[in-house]
Write a protein that binds this ligand. Structure first.
Ligand SMILES: Cc1cc2nc3c(=O)[nH]c(=O)nc-3n(C[C@H](O)[C@H](O)[C@H](O)COP(=O)(O)OP(=O)(O)OC[C@H]3O[C@@H](n4cnc5c(N)ncnc54)[C@H](O)[C@@H]3O)c2cc1C
Length: 463
């Protein structure tokens, strides 16, 4: 139980109604979507920047660790309050009550939001005024903009529109010392000084807490076209994606599913009938004016003709939604294969090496006897590689650890990265040195020290 003087102080700063310390309440803040968990001593749900600043000033003076958190959908343990030492104190700051969309500015095509805004809510609000916030992590109905900025989240539409990083133009951030800074400029352009905004994007809650975020918006596309193409092999699917790009079509999404992924979908959706011999599929979506969408869908259909076993063309948004439900339901559908546990990696390779990395992954699955299925944002070379196992079986753990390491190596050797969009957190710490040089890591550690000289903000993450 938290020592009462500390609790009294937290309540006096943030207000009793915003401070939680019952074990039952703390449980909800003890985990994310990874397998890591740890209890904080208290959870505070601040409502404004000044309270965050006062809390940080207090934590800084007392040497208390602070773990900032959005919706806890992160897959790497990045928001989990794991303490460096068992006797040290740690509190969680959950940003979910700071969830106002402050402004959507039509003329400037910009939104000003608090960090706890749910990504999908911002998308609904912007579309009502004809604007579009494209980043779409599959968790968008739950995850927060603050979490998206801190992880540099991607999503299916990154192929055409880029990732969260490409939309953040300015940030109000509270430093571990409690000082408040503004980064970037609330203009379409701005190059004064170092680009601290880009530095904060993807910083995984280790450098500063975002209390206000300014985001770029684009015009809402007038029309969308969706097709689901089935192929007999991974290679055919990947080469079809290349052909579509070479034909001058930049789809907004190109989502790949391998043979095992298709099997999960069939098991999870009784009545779903996929073409006989289907060994992979790609969900392609294009957007633009009605005319452009008709032309581009025509090009996609003619480019995959002869290679695809079958192409399903969504005639309306209901059919498109049904296709997306299959794709978005894939992660939970993996349970159908009967494995109690999975490790989900998100490697990213240059697109020209996608077929090669899939081949390496199949070989790793054979060599280690680990069941592995891959799907994801193939349009930008980003694959979610799922390794299935039972954590109660020692041999499973040993084999899956070898397989994870081999997948990481394969990605790096093929010019890729160990994480395209989920970040490092706790789960990928041991692989960071495989990808980054010691010189680069020591610069990053130096940056951490400048922002957080006492190491109180999200300690033990990333490095
Ligand atoms: C089903 C599912 C599908 C997913 N699909 C995708 C996907 O398609 N693409 C993708 O990129 N990710 C995906 N993810 C991962 C996850 O949703 C993203 O990483 C998301 O950005 C996390 O947001 P969150 O609000 O849940 O943050 P949390 O998990 O709470 O925190 C994540 C990190 O952000 C930091 N943080 C949170 N808020 C702040 C703040 N205000 N200031 C500073 N740091 C902060 C935390 O300290 C932590 O390091 C998926 C996860 C699930 C469970």
């Amino acid at each position: 139980m938290i020592a009462s003087p500390l609790l009294r102080k937290l309540k006096s700063i943030a207000g009793s109604e915003n401070v939680f310390f019952d074990p039952a309440d703390l449980t909800s803040y003890s985990y994310d979507s990874s397998s890591f968990s740890a209890f904080p001593q208290a959870v505070i749900l601040p409502r404004d920047t000044e309270t965050i600043s006062d809390l940080m000033r207090f934590a800084f003076n007392e040497g208390i660790s602070v773990f900032v958190r959005g919706a806890g959908t992160g897959t790497t343990g990045a928001s989990v309050p794991v303490q460096a030492r068992p006797d040290s104190k740690g509190i969680v700051l959950s940003m979910t009550r700071m969830n106002a969309i402050r402004r959507i500015e039509l003329q400037d095509m910009m939104a000003e939001v608090e960090p706890g805004v749910i990504t999908g809510d911002l998308q609904k609000a912007t579309s009502k005024v004809g604007l579009f916030y494209p980043p779409d992590p599959a968790s968008l109905k739950v995850c927060t903009i603050g979490g998206n900025v801190a992880t540099g989240a991607g999503g299916a539409r990154a192929v055409k529109y880029g990732v969260t990083r490409d939309y953040v133009i300015a940030i109000e951030a509270v430093l571990p010392s409690g000082d408040i800074i503004q980064t970037g400029a609330r203009t379409a352009k701005g190059v004064v000084g170092y680009d601290l905004t880009r530095l904060l994007v993807g910083s995984e809650g280790t450098l500063a807490l975002f209390s206000r975020i300014w985001l770029k918006l684009v015009p809402l596309p007038r029309d969308v076209g969706t097709v689901l193409c089935f192929f007999s092999s991974d290679e055919d699917a990947i080469s079809a994606i290349s052909t579509i790009f070479s034909a001058g079509v930049l789809p907004r999404c190109a989502e790949f599913m391998d043979a095992l992924s298709l099997r999960c979908l069939v098991l999870a959706n009784p009545g779903l009938s996929i073409p006989v011999g289907a060994g992979s599929a790609v969900l392609i979506e294009v957007d633009g004016t009605e005319e452009a969408v008709t032309t581009e869908i025509g090009t996609v259909m003619s480019e995959v003709k002869g290679v695809a076993l079958q192409v399903w063309h969504a005639v309306d948004s209901l059919e498109a939604d049904a296709m997306w439900r299959l794709r978005r339901g894939l992660s939970p559908a993996i349970k159908q294969l009967g494995f109690p546990d999975k490790i989900s990696e998100d490697i990213c390779v240059p697109r020209h090496n996608l077929a090669q990395v899939l081949k390496r992954i199949r070989a790793i699955a054979d060599e280690t006897a680990v069941t592995i299925l891959s799907f994801g944002h193939a349009g930008d070379g980003n694959l979610h590689v799922n390794l299935l196992y039972d954590k109660n079986r020692k041999t499973d753990i040993e084999r899956v650890e070898i397989a994870v390491g081999a997948v990481m190596r394969a990605s790096i050797e093929l010019g890729g990265t160990i994480s395209g969009e989920h970040g490092v957190g706790l789960s990928k710490k041991q692989f960071v040195g495989w990808e980054l040089s010691q010189e680069a890591i020591s610069i990053m550690k130096g940056i951490k020290k400048v922002f957080d000289p006492k190491g109180i903000l999200n300690p033990g993450k990333v490095f």
